[in-house]
Design a protein around this ligand. Structure first.
Ligand SMILES: [Zn+2]
Length: 406
């Protein structure tokens, strides 16, 4: 319907997958982008079209909506952990202990989860991959404007714990996407069952991979703080034989690494691991804010980029990240990797996430056919060079002010 066409102009439009447009514009129709290009050109086209509205976003830059490729909305009620307490650098088991204790003391808080989702949306994030341990959490995003792809995460490393998780998995409805947590918390048999179930449908397979030195140590020799932690939790590890491989190599050996797999964190990876991920065409999602809070190190972003892997970005949970926003993630990433181009960082927060979640064609870029849910971001240098604008967008963090154009 022509009556629903709208034309938006801005001093700069960043379509992400195509070059920046100074004095650019976006023409929308029925909730979709009809055209993106120079303003003068689209204005001429619009002269023969009955426009419902024309909006001039002077002082703004138009960009695609952001994608949060990894979070745990369910843990939002435990945000006080990251606000009030700082673990020793790399002490991931110390943090897990605190998290589990806090979880036991407090009932699940769906209001906090919804508020966290609203915070993401207000910050320009429209697409979210959410992981939870309670099937009821699948409801969090149901009535919300953002699209939330929920995954039920099952844990059970060995023995009775793994058997119980397998039985639980068998009882889940077919339409619910399920996944495992990590190689130190979800056993091989459970992982294989999860992978088999995920194969062939629209689900992805997100797994926490190579996040910490403790994980590396446990997979190499079966020792270290993670072993102590699992024993403390009552797991029988007598039959456990450490694979003596990296997390990525072990995932591959277990048959879990393919195009559907999303390796979340990917901090402690070698060049060989990255080559393997590239060969298997697996996805990668970095969580720089959470990594910084836990002190587990920085993912080798330049090595991923050199292997032609464009990682997506995730906030992880509020329990390990007080800066719960994609703008914060971009800022931390720029600080961690000053040599990486700002345009690459913006593409990670948009296009890469959309690809990873199978939402290319719907979001992540400004191009004909995608959703018209786009962002107008206030920018003091909006009329300047695209490089200056990209520098601002990727370093301003939560100072960013924006509105949804539709
Ligand atoms: Zn996570």
């Amino acid at each position: 319907m022509a009556e629903s066409m709208r034309l938006y102009r801005a001093p700069l439009v960043l379509p992400v997958a195509s070059p920046p447009l100074s004095n650019g514009a976006v023409l929308t129709e029925n909730g979709r982008v009809r055209a993106v290009g120079p303003y003068a050109e689209l204005r001429r086209q619009a002269e023969v079209l009955p426009l419902a509205a024309e909006v001039d976003y002077e002082g703004h830059v138009l960009i695609p909506a952001l994608v949060n490729a990894h979070c745990h909305l369910e843990l939002s009620g435990l945000a006080f952990l990251s606000r009030e307490w700082q673990p020793e650098p790399g002490d991931i088991t110390g943090w897990i202990r605190r998290l589990l204790a806090a979880r036991q003391e407090r009932p699940a808080d769906p209001d906090a989860a919804l508020l966290a989702l609203a915070r993401l949306f207000t910050g320009g994030c429209r697409t979210v991959l959410d992981i939870g341990n309670d099937p009821a959490s699948a409801e969090i995003g149901r009535l919300f404007k953002a699209e939330v792809f929920f995954y039920l995460e099952l844990l059970g490393f060995s023995g009775a714990a793994q058997d119980a998780a397998l039985a639980r998995l068998a009882g889940q409805p077919a339409e619910l996407c399920c996944t495992g947590h990590a190689l130190y918390s979800t056993g091989p048999e459970l992982f294989r069952a999860l992978k088999k179930r995920a194969g062939g449908d629209s689900c992805r397979f997100p797994v926490h991979v190579a996040e910490s030195a403790a994980e590396e140590e446990f997979l190499a020799h079966g020792g270290g703080p993670l072993r102590d932690f699992l024993v403390e939790r009552g797991l029988d590890l007598t039959a456990f034989r450490p694979p003596n491989r990296s997390a990525v190599a072990w995932l591959d050996r277990l048959g879990l690494l393919d195009e559907q797999t999303i390796c979340v964190h990917g901090v402690r990876v070698s060049r060989e691991d990255i080559s393997l991920l590239a060969a298997r065409r697996s996805g990668v999602c970095l969580c720089p804010g959470s990594n910084r809070y836990l002190g587990v190190g920085r993912a080798p972003l330049p090595d991923y980029l050199a292997a032609d892997i464009l990682p997506a970005l995730g906030t992880d949970s509020q329990a390990s990240n007080h800066g719960f926003s994609l703008w914060h993630e971009m800022k931390v990433l720029r600080e961690d990797h000053p040599g990486v181009e700002p345009a690459t960082v913006l593409a990670m927060a948009t296009l890469a996430g959309a690809r990873l979640l199978g939402r290319e064609g719907e979001t992540g870029v400004i191009a004909p056919g995608v959703s018209s849910a786009l962002l107008a971001v206030e920018c003091p240098t909006a009329s300047g060079q695209p490089e200056t604008v990209l520098e601002y967008l990727t370093t301003a963090g939560e100072e960013i002010r924006l509105e949804w154009i539709e």
